[in-house]
Design a binder for this molecule. Structure first.
Ligand code: ZN
Length: 155
């Protein structure tokens, strides 16, 4: 990776870290889930407002390292307004991207998410970047199975 890309990656991550986009209060919460990444101390809470099969609104509150907070902030920007099917597709792509596996973006707009690809160079940080996604997908699984409470972990 060139220095220019390295510093772009750092700037984007730090901007999301300093100004997390999804940290807000929803007027109505349909599903909520929290997650932890104990080795790093990252903690996250995701709240969803669903309208049939669409994530109408969500909030993401994350405390922890820059990567986990930035990933949760990017998740918020990309996921808001998407259908559950698209959310699952995006989460699969993010996972593959972080693990350095092949993926197809299928014309979906990924916003700033592509900078997360830089994380694959730092294996201990992959779980930090995945925490918000794992927690979100678990919340959606619960929403679809009708069980509204729980705790996720990247362990
Ligand atoms: Zn972390």
């Amino acid at each position: 990776m060139s220095d220019a890309i390295d510093s772009l990656y750092r700037d984007v991550v730090l901007d999301h870290y300093r100004h997390p986009r999804g940290k807000k209060k929803l007027d109505k919460v349909d599903f909520r889930n929290s997650g932890k990444n104990p080795p790093c101390g990252d903690e996250i809470e995701v709240e969803l407002q669903l309208d049939h099969d669409t994530v109408k609104d969500l909030s993401v509150s994350c405390s922890g390292c820059a990567i986990s907070v930035a990933s949760g902030s990017m998740l918020y920007e990309v996921i808001k307004g998407k259908s559950i099917e698209e959310v699952r597709k995006i989460a699969r792509v993010v996972k593959a991207m972080l693990k350095g596996e092949p993926y197809i973006t299928d014309g979906i707009d990924f916003g700033d998410l592509d900078v997360l690809e830089g994380v694959k160079k730092f294996p201990v940080r992959i779980k930090c970047a995945l925490l918000s996604w794992t927690t979100l997908v678990d919340a959606i699984d619960r929403a679809q199975s009708g069980n509204n409470s729980g705790m996720s972990t990247t362990e």
